[in-house]
Design a protein. Structure first.
Length: 119
């Protein structure tokens, strides 16, 4: 029996939010997450072990970049930031097969200022 999961990442902030995925130290291109947009949607299905978030994202860490000035990093193996990790299904709102993560003030306040511009 195949399980299919849809992950949606959206933003509740007026700030510009970019997301960057890392796998084995290599980064993807930035994607903008817009408050007015439908959110970024990721899908995957797996017949063997169930669906894992890191398998859908193809990442072991994720950066959220706010206004190119602040940075919050999410780590796979430590489920950080605790209680609000993009790698933890408990941080998502579930509706059927769709899990939605909303970037909000908690993420922004947890983000650390970059030295200059966040690259």
């Amino acid at each position: 029996m195949e399980e299919t999961i849809n992950l949606v990442i959206n933003s509740d902030l007026d700030n510009r939010v970019d997301i960057k995925f890392f796998r084995n130290g290599l980064s993807s291109e930035r994607k903008a997450i817009s408050k007015t947009g439908p959110g970024e949607v990721f899908r995957d299905g797996d017949t063997d072990m169930g669906v894992q978030i890191h398998g859908i994202f193809q990442a072991d860490s994720i950066e959220l970049i706010f206004d190119n000035e602040r940075l919050e990093t999410h780590y796979l193996f430590t489920n950080e930031p605790a209680g609000n990790s993009l790698f933890d299904f408990d941080s998502y709102q579930r509706e059927g097969e769709t899990y939605t993560y909303t970037i909000d003030a908690k993420n922004y306040n947890n983000a650390k200022p970059c030295d200059g511009s966040c690259n």
